[in-house]
Design a protein around this ligand. Structure first.
Ligand SMILES: [Zn+2]
Length: 86
């Protein structure tokens, strides 16, 4: 086994971020509840969007859009399973 730098993840991460993430299965860091992203309770839009667990109301993810970047905070998610196409 050899160590590579983060550039080696480019192809795999391209698949992750090109997927329809609303069908991905999250696991809440607060209570362990698992369901698809589409079931989260969303608040926003300003200054960013906050998605909360429908089971315990902990924040699962935050998304902030600025003129030159998207900031995605997933610290409330312990696991994200994204279905592969085809
Ligand atoms: Zn929860």
């Amino acid at each position: 086994m050899s160590m590579l730098d983060g550039n080696a993840l480019a192809g795999d991460l391209r698949e992750v971020f090109a997927a329809d993430v609303t069908t991905a299965l999250y696991t809440c860091g607060g209570c362990g509840h698992a369901d698809v992203i589409a079931t989260l309770h969303l608040w926003g839009p300003a200054p960013g969007q906050v998605a909360r667990c429908p089971h315990c109301t902990d924040v699962v993810l935050r998304l902030v859009q600025t003129p030159d970047r998207l900031i995605l905070d997933l610290r409330g998610t312990v696991r994200l399973e994204i279905p592969r196409a085809g």
